[in-house]
Structure formats: C-alpha cells, structure tokens
Design a protein around this ligand. Structure first.
Ligand code: C2E
Ligand code: MG
Ligand code: MG
Ligand code: MG
Length: 283
C-alpha cells in the first residue's frame, strides 16, 4: 500500500518483497535440510533460586549452526518453521530430545534438581492432541511430568485463548508445570491471566535489562513480582546479567533467575559438568 502511495516505488516494493520472500524460502529450505540431517541441537541454561543460588532447573534452547549463516537464532527460525508447517515435527523433536537428555543424565547417575523447561511454539499449543502427545513423550522417557515445565508465550496463548486454557488445564492436571514466557510483552489481559492454569510467570528480559536505571522498568518488574505473588504464582526473571540485578530482584521477592550472570546456554555435556552432581541415591 505504501509503495503505491509513493507512485514510482511500486516496482521497488515488489522487488524488495520478493527478495525477503526468497530469503525466507532459502532459510526454510536450509532449515528443513538441517533438521532432516540431525544438525539441530539443544543447549541448556541454568535457572537458580535467588535466595540460595541453588540450581532449580534449566531451559532447553534450540540451536542451529548453518555453514554459511553461522548461528541462526531460534527467534528467527521458529516463526519460519511455523509458517512452513514444520513446527509439529520440530517441536516434537525438541520435546523428545529434551526428555531423552534428562533421562540420560539420570541414567548416568547425575541428579537434576527441579524442572527442565521446554518451549512450546504458539502453533504447537493449537495442535490437536498436543496434551496427549506431550504426556506420551514424557512417559516414553520414563519421566514424571513433575520434572518438566512447559513455557508458552502470552501471544501464543492469546492466539486461541479457550483452546489454550483447555490444553494447559489438561497438562497441569497431568502434573506438568506451566510457565508464561516473556511475560509483559504480549497482549493478555488480567482477566485471562486469572483464568490461565499457569504456575509461573517469566519476566521478560526487556524489563530486566535496565531495571537498575530505568524507573519505569523497575516499576514494571516490581509490579509483575507483586502480582505473581498475590495470584499465588512463582516468578522468574530472565536475562539477569549482573549481580546487582539479582540482588534487587531478590529483595523485591522474585523467586528465581536465569541469565548470563549464572550461565549461558551450553551443550549438555558442558551443562552437566558445570551444574550437575552425582545423585547420592545412586552412588
Ligand atoms: P525465550 O524462551 O524467552 O528464551 C530466552 C532467550 O534469552 C534465549 O535466547 C537465551 O539464550 C536468551 N538469554 C538468556 N539469558 C540471557 C542474558 O542474560 N542476556 C541476554 N541478552 N540473553 C539471554 P535464544 O536461545 O536465542 O532463544 C530465543 C527464543 O527462541 C526463545 O526465547 C524462544 O522463544 C525461542 N526458542 C528457543 N528454543 C526454542 C524451542 O525449542 N522451541 C520453541 N518453540 N521456541 C524456542
Ligand atoms: Mg523460554
Ligand atoms: Mg523468555
Ligand atoms: Mg524472551
């Protein structure tokens, strides 16, 4: 529309559009190939208790290294996977790979305290039978749902609220923990939040980043923590990069934190080396 208003820009607009489309098609093609070739991996980032500093869980994060592009951010390829009808396969793989990893750590005599968090894409949440399929995947790995947490973004939930609420209720009932990711950046109203069967809010990194210097960000973080506590929800801050942020979050009553201050997402062996100890029950 804008190109038309610019008159002579029409051709330019078409060229720019097809360039962007070509790029996305190219990315989708390479992603499909890489996924088929088993080149996608999961890295793991620690989540800690702000009071004690103890490990309370980890988040599994998708990683794709492309020969030409280098590391491609999941924030850019997940939407492409969704628009290309790949998300069921990719999301299913993430669930199985994360569950298998936790199984492997346990079978290797390592104790993994708390929960392993897995991200669910908006479209995955809308898939028919997704709650059953998640339960089957956990069971196949011999995992109790209580050791798994599912992260959904607010916008993912808002895509189809009634369906999301029903699916999440089933999963929560089965024992999975439910976290609302990137909280504060979506469009969910408090009326929906009240109805969502969630256990935890994850304060978005964009509020945490400058909470020490920007009084609006500070106020938002403080408000989310207060609201979570009043609603009986746990609250975790993402993107904690500095000690003073952790101290302030702890003073404000935030339960948990995740961020470079504690550890970056790393491959499983490195994560185990840094964070997991032998399980006293098995040694
Ligand atoms: P997210 O779920 O909010 O994950 C947190 C992101 O923040 C991760 O980015 C993580 O690497 C990054 N991060 C953690 N601590 C810090 C910090 O202290 N500073 C900064 N600057 N960043 C930090 P990543 O791994 O690039 O993932 C981006 C997004 O892609 C995720 O955001 C999530 O929405 C999506 N994603 C990643 N893996 C998966 C997956 O397996 N399935 C789905 N559906 N989405 C995924
Ligand atoms: Mg997440
Ligand atoms: Mg997040
Ligand atoms: Mg985020």
């Amino acid at each position: 529309y804008r190109a038309k208003a610019l008159g002579g820009g029409h051709l330019f607009y078409q060229a720019a559009m097809s360039e962007g489309m070509a790029e996305r098609m190219e990315l989708a093609k390479d992603l499909t190939r890489a996924f088929g070739a088993g080149e996608l991996q999961l890295h793991y980032q620690p989540q800690v208790c702000l009071q004690t500093g103890a490990l309370v869980g980890a988040e599994a994060l998708l990683r794709w290294h492309d020969a030409e592009r280098g590391w491609v951010s999941p924030a850019s390829f997940i939407p492409i996977a969704e628009s290309r009808g790949m998300i069921a396969a990719l999301g299913g793989w993430v669930l199985r790979a994360a569950c298998r990893q936790l199984r492997e750590w346990r079978d290797g005599g390592l104790s993994f305290p708390g929960r392993l968090s897995i991200n669910l894409a908006a479209q995955q949440l809308g898939q028919a039978g997704i709650a059953d399929s998640i339960q089957q995947i956990a069971a196949a790995a011999g995992l109790d749902p209580g050791c798994l947490e599912l992260e959904l973004t607010e916008s993912g939930v808002m895509d189809n609220v009634e369906r999301a609420i029903a699916t999440l209720a089933t999963l929560k009932q089965a024992g999975f923990s439910i976290a609302i990711d990137d909280f504060g950046t979506g469009y969910s109203s408090l009326a929906y939040l009240k109805r969502l069967p969630a256990d935890k809010l994850k304060i978005d990194i964009s509020f945490v980043r400058e909470m020490l210097t920007d009084r609006h960000d500070y106020t938002i973080v403080n408000t989310i923590i207060g609201m979570a506590r009043n609603l009986g929800l746990k609250v975790i801050a993402e993107g904690v990069e500095q000690g003073p942020q952790a101290q302030l979050l702890s003073a404000l009553g935030c339960d948990e934190a995740q961020g470079y201050h504690y550890g970056r997402p790393v491959p499983p062996a490195e994560f185990a080396q840094a964070w997991l100890a032998p399980d006293p029950a098995t040694v």
